[in-house]
Ligand binder design. Structure first.
Ligand SMILES: [Zn+2]
Length: 330
């Protein structure tokens, strides 16, 4: 659980909420309906407050610092339990997600920790990637689990070394065989280098998978067999039957649910691999693909669909327990 403390000013029974936080604290006005002296005030009836906790209810607690309810400062602590293992910051085609926008959005949808890579890497601008990640860490603190996205070029032009030695504590390595078409192939050394970096840092290797040449999960069968000491996360787990096949063959294979249809998540669970499924949304990429959709609603809906499709226990394992274990979050 990750407590986030927000400070609000209450003056003469009017709760002053910064515009930025109004959606986050949509339930806050209910605080005024309760005695301010109530030290632990649980607000669980605010329907527009999409934070999912143990029983699926939004929870918020506030307490006053003074006994004067006409002019007091309330502190709210929101406990987030959701961990999103597939998030991006930076440039993606025409959209740019700033670190501040990202943290605000994830806070609003109830995400605590998140594993995040910069899609700006497509520009091979390593200093920009480093800058974005540092800003993100300064804003999101230990909620941020930085993912180092390597390109084949970065291995050979000094970019990888710069990113490895910039002071960021990388929690995962990522490669993208589709965007780096021609790279990460089975018969080139680059893939071995990426795997060895993951091993040295003792972090998982996240691989984009999908139905394009070089991205099928089976393209990595050989490497997974060869490196049982490295955990391989098949991002998107696509196609799902191949991903499940690899999970059956090897214990060091996981999947994330970014853009994974809910029935496929259920399939992974039914195949017995709920302990190796990570919740991921790929945000802000959905913003690019579904420009008409309200992203607050989008996130709540995909999460709700999962909630309706698996047991409460499996929901918690997928959205919380697995990531805590894999990314060694305290
Ligand atoms: Zn992604």
């Amino acid at each position: 659980m990750l407590p986030v403390v927000l400070m609000l000013q209450v003056v003469h029974n009017t709760l002053l909420i910064p515009a930025e936080e109004q959606k986050v604290l949509v339930g806050a006005e209910q605080v005024l309906g309760h005695p301010v002296e109530d030290v632990r005030l649980q607000v669980d009836k605010c329907e527009n407050f999409p934070i999912y906790l143990n029983e699926g209810h939004p929870h918020m607690w506030g307490w006053p610092t003074t006994n004067n309810k006409n002019a007091s400062v309330l502190f709210f602590m929101i406990e987030f339990s959701l961990i999103d293992a597939h998030i991006h910051v930076g440039q993606f085609r025409e959209i740019y997600e700033t670190p501040a926008e990202l943290v605000t959005y994830l806070t609003k949808v109830g995400v605590g920790h998140f594993a995040v890579s910069s899609s700006t890497i497509a520009e091979e601008d390593y200093d920009k990637v480093i800058g974005e990640m540092k800003e993100l860490v300064s804003l999101g603190k230990d909620r941020v689990l930085p993912v180092l996205w390597l390109t084949p070029l970065s291995l050979h032009n000094g970019g990888m070394d710069r990113m490895l030695n910039c002071g960021i504590e990388w929690k995962c390595i990522k490669i993208h065989p589709w965007l780096s078409f021609g790279g990460w192939g089975e018969d080139n050394d680059d893939r071995e280098i990426a795997i060895s970096i993951a091993r040295d840092l003792q972090v998982p290797l996240l691989i984009h998978t999908g139905e394009t040449e070089g991205s099928y999960p089976s393209c990595f069968d050989h490497s997974i067999a060869k490196h049982p000491d490295v955990t391989f996360i098949l991002a998107h787990g696509r196609p799902v039957n191949e991903a499940i096949e690899l999970m059956q063959k090897y214990e060091n294979v996981w999947v994330d649910t970014a853009f994974m249809p809910t029935p496929n998540i259920v399939k992974c669970c039914e195949a017995g691999f709920v302990d190796r499924v990570l919740w991921g949304s790929d945000y802000p990429i959905p913003k690019y693909f579904y420009p008409e959709e309200d992203m607050m609603e989008y996130y709540a809906n995909v999460l709700d669909e999962l909630k309706q499709s698996v047991s409460q226990e499996d929901f918690t394992i997928i959205t919380q327990t697995n990531a805590l274990r894999l990314f060694k979050v305290n």
